[in-house]
Design a binder for this molecule. Structure first.
Ligand code: CA
Length: 365
């Protein structure tokens, strides 16, 4: 029932809402007249890290492929393979890098083992929101760095959606102080997990299919996932009562990434179509997450308590995050460069954000 609701309401009107690309290497001159060879269809294989037609992310990439077909007048066919059909969910990066796959749709922070700097392109705990992340990537130099570092893996990334702010997670017990975190077993990946580790949590990585049972049986004490819409599908509201507001994933970025050699062989028209369709997909996904999270929040069972982490914990998280970032920057020149670019945008953005978005959010209610 819920799943069907998600699927049907995901069919919101998809208009041509892409906006002009501004990355330096994408200043594509307008072709004089249509220059697509209609006799020839280009076929690409794209694998994802999600189950088939998974709400929001999976349906988003399905729509992306559909839009590429429509916008190209049928000359560009992207076949979407859900996780584990063509390659396992966590092998899409390696397969595309090794010319075994044309493209993939996944989450950037999954690849921090390849290069720790990639975790910054995926989003920063206590950091930029989706809109701000995309502003840094497009105008603040982030995308140039991302493309430079992915080129070493023979890959060419495009932003492929964003989740908007994620929730802090489901806890079986109320968290009132730092001491309540000591020894707590929590499923939390990425930089957020490393911060939690410094606060005494035992961060655990579990495949999606095993999280509910682990939480329900008490094998783990807490888990984060995404937000109300996708979390309810996982059934977490039946296994834990305390739902904490977010801090560790304020605007996680997803990617549509191409094998670089394959990308460069595509016609300029097909490159432009893919770029536009990825912009459209990103815009729709952020709106869809907002709308469906807002709805799902209203539908949470009445016994669920929504809580903020105590100030003591967030203050300690800020200190721990600085330590984690300083230590990564010491280990990796790439991490240091990407962090520097990110921080420059944070500094530029803050005074304007304070008197605009933040100000409006504070006064309007
Ligand atoms: Ca998450």
């Amino acid at each position: 029932m819920k799943r069907r609701e998600f699927l049907s309401s995901s069919a919101i009107a998809i208009g041509a809402i892409g906006f002009a690309g501004c990355y330096k290497e994408e200043k594509i001159s307008i072709a004089k007249g249509v220059n697509i060879n209609r006799a020839k269809t280009t076929k690409l294989k794209l694998a994802t890290s999600w189950p088939a037609h998974f709400p929001i992310m999976g349906t988003g990439v399905d729509n992306f492929a559909k839009r590429c077909r429509e916008l190209s007048g049928g000359t560009l066919e992207i076949k979407v393979y859900p996780k584990n059909i063509l390659v396992p969910a966590m092998q899409v990066f390696d397969s595309a890098s090794a010319n075994q796959l044309d493209a993939f749709h996944s989450g950037v922070y999954y690849w921090k083992g390849k290069n720790s700097a990639f975790s910054i392109f995926g989003g920063m705990p206590l950091g930029l929101t989706s809109e701000e992340m995309m502003t840094w990537l497009r105008f603040g130099g982030g995308m140039e760095l991302w493309r430079e570092l992915y080129a070493k893996f023979n890959l060419y990334p495009l932003v492929g959606g964003s989740t908007g702010p994620q929730m802090g997670g489901w806890f079986k017990k109320e968290i009132n102080s730092l001491s309540d975190l000591k020894g707590l077993k929590m499923r939390i990946p990425g930089l957020g997990g490393e911060v939690m580790k410094k606060l005494g949590v035992n961060p655990i990585l579990l495949p999606a299919g095993e999280i509910f049972t682990a939480l329900d049986r008490g094998t783990i004490d807490a888990t984060e996932w995404v937000g109300p819409a996708l979390d309810r599908m996982m059934g977490f509201d039946k296994a834990a009562k305390y739902y904490y507001t977010g801090w560790h994933e304020p605007g996680s970025i997803l990617e549509i990434t191409f094998n670089k050699a394959r990308w460069e062989k595509l016609s300029k028209e097909h490159q432009a179509i893919i770029t536009s369709a990825s912009e459209e997909m990103t815009s729709i996904m952020v709106q869809e997450f907002r709308y469906k999270n807002a709805k799902a929040l209203q539908e949470l069972p009445k016994d669920i308590e929504i809580k903020d982490f105590p100030k003591e914990i967030m203050d300690a998280a800020k200190v721990a995050l600085d330590e984690v970032l300083a230590s990564e920057a010491k280990k990796s020149e790439d991490f240091k460069r990407v962090l520097k670019s990110y921080n420059e945008f944070v500094k530029l953005n803050k005074p304007w954000n304070d008197i605009s978005t933040k100000h409006i959010l504070e006064i309007r209610d």
